[in-house]
Ligand binder design. Structure first.
Ligand SMILES: *Cc1c(COP(=O)(O)O)cnc(C)c1O
Length: 386
């Protein structure tokens, strides 16, 4: 036993020497523009709560009333007796919201991605993914048993060449809508053209686009004016802009029926809490009713970008709430993050393997919960320490 633990310790020490060791903070406050972490109060630029809904009083109230009405646990998998009326209502609302025939709830985005990819592609098939895709998509591709190819980041023409070299019974192309560590948007129009002319599925994970991009917050596809025909498989999460928890796939009726039969991470797990489904339904409604949240967020993003550009800070061309500040090596990202923390600002340093070697960064995320002064404080501190 000691020898087994010693082997683990050696690997942990290696992580430490490589500056890659990760530590958790413990929060004593709800998520928000200001949080209490490890006993200290900070302005936080860390969360994916882009619309500030995670602690919205009406979302909290919906969770409480949902628990009173349905209880806390769903008590079973969807296919046994875990599928409550409120799950059904949320699925119908998500289908309307995304303009798809149907939507299917999953317990997490990670599970949705594993479930869809492994249900659609198996041995003899081929999966193609952008090399900067979220880990859950890459894991799904690997787990599927299909031939798995990563194409160069946001290069539809490179993808087309790869597709033409690999005929397969079923081919599935998968991309993030908004890349989670870069904030850049996928070239979906070109990807859709490449796929539709080649009888190939296109799946878009819009975890960071939904609720935020597009006039009505319908995500990357609304922003780029793409129809359901362009993107037949749309994945969204509820734990980011909608501030709750869970995820869904939206698409054609036949696709959803197929997933209910064959997506193992849908079938073999307890259904999402029905109280949470009620909270998500409320959050979805607020995201549409309170469009000022999106407008305020856009103003914060453009204010941040204008000031950062004027100061020649190393930001990228992201138009989303994800604003990376590239330092290059892990050590400088960590050092800058620590200096900001000493000034009361929490911004996570993102290091390999989450991002490619040599592209360590601060991952600044803005939220409708922030005000202009808070963004100015961040810019002032970045300028002072760079
Ligand atoms: C967060 C995220 C997921 C995972 O969703 P969870 O509901 O947190 O499991 C999947 N894809 C992308 C792009 C994400 O950012």
């Amino acid at each position: 036993m000691d020898a087994l633990l010693d082997a683990l310790k050696a690997r942990l020490q290696l992580q430490e020497t490589r500056q890659l060791y990760r530590r958790r903070r413990t929060l004593d406050s709800p998520q928000g523009a200001e949080i209490v972490a490890d006993g200290n109060r900070y302005v936080s630029f860390c969360s994916n709560d882009y619309l500030g809904l995670a602690n919205h009083p009406e979302v909290v109230a919906a969770l409480i009333s949902g628990a009173r009405q349905y209880g806390v646990g769903s008590g079973a998998a969807h296919l046994i007796t875990g599928h409550h009326r409120i799950h059904q209502q949320l699925e119908e609302a998500l289908a309307r919201y995304t303009g798809r025939e149907r939507a299917l709830l999953f317990s997490t985005g990670y599970m949705a991605n594993l479930g869809v990819i492994t249900a659609l592609a198996g041995r003899g098939d081929a999966v193609f993914e952008d090399r900067l895709n979220h880990a859950s998509l890459l894991d799904g591709g690997r787990l599927s048993g299909a031939r798995f190819t990563r194409y160069p980041h946001n290069e539809p023409s490179a993808l087309a060449l790869l597709l033409d070299k690999q005929p397969a019974a079923c081919r599935l192309v998968v991309t993030d809508g908004v890349f989670s560590m870069d904030g850049s948007t996928a070239r979906l129009q070109e990807l859709a053209d490449v796929c539709s002319t080649r009888q190939t599925w296109l799946m878009v994970d819009d975890a960071h686009g939904l609720g935020v991009l597009g006039t009505h917050g319908k995500g990357t596809t609304e922003h780029l004016a793409l129809s359901p025909q362009h993107v037949p498989i749309l994945m969204g999460t509820l734990g980011k802009a909608f501030g709750t928890f869970g995820a869904f796939i939206a698409g054609a009726d036949t696709l959803i029926e197929y997933l209910i039969q064959f997506a193992r991470s849908y079938i073999y797990t307890t259904a999402l809490s029905p109280a949470l489904a009620q909270a998500s339904l409320q959050a979805l409604q607020i995201s549409q009713d309170e469009s000022w949240r999106r407008e305020h967020l856009r103003r914060l993003i453009s204010h941040f970008r204008q000031r950062a550009q004027a100061l020649q800070l190393p930001i990228t061309d992201s138009i989303t709430p994800i604003q990376p500040y590239i330092t290059g090596d892990a050590q400088s990202a960590l050092a800058l993050s620590q200096r900001l923390q000493q000034s009361g600002l929490l911004v996570p340093a993102i290091r390999p393997p989450t991002v490619p070697e040599g592209s360590a960064r601060l991952r600044i995320t803005l939220s409708a919960a922030h005000d202009l002064d808070q963004v100015d404080r961040l810019i002032d501190q970045l300028a002072a320490h760079s």
